[in-house]
Design a protein around this ligand. Structure first.
Ligand SMILES: [Zn+2]
Length: 251
């Protein structure tokens, strides 16, 4: 294993993760992702470079703004760390191959979606429209087997969630439906199905436990996006392992 290369990709993941926090927070508010520079959302103070170091700034500042002492959510360093870990895992799973850009792009989309959906319960069209052509080009360079599986995945992902939305009368957001269509290009139809089952299962488990502990009220909506993100990551990186596990349990 090339440790230096993996260290680089981990650090790149931290920096990209920090950028994806900004993208996920600003795009739904129709703000520029470049201007203004990073600032505290409470006291509006511009941040010094030493406050912008991924994960470490948050840890050393005790999770608070240096100016106004407002708490900064642990979600932000967690997103940075998760991006770094997923970036580092990518070449270990798919190798230093044509598939690596696909893996990194997938992680990038999923991290941005996670930030937006947790914060605003929105999966921004702008983000999906950016990644759609990127995924198509990357899937032409690194095709699934058979090649048309990208189309089958996109159609199945879109239609499956559309069907759920119709049956549940709006229990599924438009953003979730479009996200699954875009993810289908990367995943193909089998991993789309797995993503759907994993997301529904984990969503049900978490949803019921949140209701049981009184953290959310009955009928209060919880975003489905984070579960789709979790499901897509597991089915992309662990498809064979999960199938083996499933067959082992059935035996
Ligand atoms: Zn502040």
């Amino acid at each position: 294993m090339n440790y230096l290369l993996h260290t680089y990709i981990f650090i790149a993941g931290l920096i990209f993760g920090s950028f994806y926090n900004v993208v996920g927070l600003r795009i739904p508010k129709k703000e520029s992702i470049i201007h203004p520079g990073s600032h505290c959302v409470t006291c509006d103070r511009s941040l010094h470079w030493s406050e912008l170091v991924p994960v470490l700034s948050w840890v050393f500042q005790g999770g608070k703004c240096r100016g106004c002492k407002t708490s900064i959510s642990f979600i932000y360093p967690l997103i940075e760390l998760s991006t770094a870990i997923l970036f580092t895992i990518s070449p270990l799973v798919v190798g230093w191959s044509k598939e690596l850009p696909v893996a990194l792009a997938l992680v990038s989309l999923l991290v941005i979606v996670l930030v937006s959906d947790i914060k605003y319960m929105i999966i921004p069209d702008k983000v999906l429209l950016f990644f759609l052509p990127v995924f198509i080009v990357l899937r032409i360079i690194s095709p699934l087997n058979p090649w048309w599986d990208m189309l089958a995945g996109a159609v199945l992902g879109f239609c499956l969630l559309l069907l759920i939305a119709v049956i549940s009368k709006g229990g599924m957001g438009g953003g979730d439906i479009k996200l699954m269509g875009v993810l289908g290009i990367v995943l193909g139809w089998k991993a789309v199905l797995m993503t759907f089952f994993l997301a529904s299962f984990s969503g049900a488990v978490i949803g019921i436990s949140l209701m049981a502990t009184g953290k959310v009220k009955r009928r209060e909506p919880i975003p489905f996006g984070p579960f789709l993100v979790l499901g897509a990551l597991c089915s992309y990186f662990l498809y064979d392992e999960l199938i083996s596990l499933y067959l082992y349990i059935l035996r």
